[in-house]
Design a protein. Structure first.
Length: 318
């Protein structure tokens, strides 16, 4: 998964899973595991969402090493006056001894007391990065001017109907990463996916209008956290990377970078979008890397996934 480097040197994936309103424990757990299985490496939660414990348990049960997953959570405004205690509670619920990104959820309450606590926890290594959510530009500038540590991220609603171009310009100037939630909008959001231009682009590249929306925001330098509890939609949202991953895998293989090509094509496999060609490419990369056992495994998958002559004849006659 592609990453960006925050202003403190920490790398953050540009695509993650949002969990707002994922209040059903079973649904939330399934969506988190589905996301991790298909290549997501960032999960966004918050104290307000009431699902930190479920998210933490799902991450642990995924079997993926903790240091490969980027966890974001947020302190609710009512807890700003005792932010340190609140962070410790989030750590317990998430089942981790550090948090990759902790945000102040809204610019209300005792912001400065909360920020000072976050600064201290950042210096102690409990928090890898700290930031804010829903801060307008004036509040963001104020926080920067009167505190020691600059926010690494400002998470605000961002989508085709609310592109937040002015805010994005200011965040770029202030060296604060723009992260967008609700990338599919809300209310009359479906209207944006019926726009003739969006439909034209989607048809041209063989994508859905929602995938076009996600890809556009990523290309504009916005980190996105689409939310879904449907595993198929979770996988579809990750499909915005397939073309670039294929290109990276092909380029790396051509240049003789077997490990890099393998990483790219394995990332495609993790999305669940597989084909005989993909298996063959992975097999070749393993073979070139000297891992013959895995090469044979993927060559066998190539043969098993190829359609039979009967299937080809049947399809051709339709």
């Amino acid at each position: 998964m592609e990453k960006v480097t925050l202003n403190n040197g920490v790398e953050m994936p540009v695509l993650g899973l949002g969990t707002y309103k994922s209040t059903d424990p079973a649904e939330c757990s399934v969506s988190v595991k589905a996301a991790l299985e298909c290549g997501y490496r960032m999960i966004d939660t918050a104290q307000l969402y009431g699902n930190e414990d479920v998210v933490g348990k799902a991450i642990k049960e995924s079997g993926i090493p903790r240091d490969e997953i980027f966890i974001t959570t947020k302190i609710w405004c009512d807890n700003f006056s005792h932010a340190r205690k609140s962070v410790m509670e989030s750590l317990t619920k998430l089942g981790t001894d550090y948090i990759d990104l902790m945000l102040l959820h809204w610019p209300y309450g005792d912001i400065y007391a909360a920020w000072r606590d976050l600064e201290a926890l950042y210096k102690e290594g409990v928090l890898r990065a700290i930031g804010v959510s829903n801060f307008n530009t004036d509040r963001l500038i104020d926080l920067i001017n009167y505190n020691e540590i600059r926010p690494a991220v400002n998470q605000i609603e961002t989508n085709l109907q609310a592109q937040r171009l002015k805010e994005h310009e200011w965040m770029t100037r202030l060296n604060v990463q723009h992260e967008g939630y609700m990338p599919f909008g809300q209310g009359r959001a479906n209207e944006m996916f019926e726009d003739p231009k969006i439909l034209e682009i989607a048809a041209k590249y063989g994508k859905t209008p929602r995938q076009v929306a996600l890809r556009y925001q990523i290309q504009c330098g916005v980190i996105i956290i689409p939310k879904s509890v449907n595993p198929e939609r979770v996988r579809a949202n990750a499909d915005v990377y397939l073309d670039s991953l294929w290109q990276k895998g092909t380029a790396a293989y051509t240049e003789g970078n077997w490990r890099e090509s393998l990483d790219s094509w394995k990332a495609v496999e993790n999305t669940g979008v597989v084909s005989p060609e993909l298996y063959y490419n992975i097999g070749n990369s393993y073979f070139k890397s000297g891992d013959y056992a895995h090469a044979i495994l993927y060559y066998e998958r190539t043969l098993k996934s190829r359609p039979s002559i009967a299937e080809i004849t049947s399809t051709a006659s339709l």
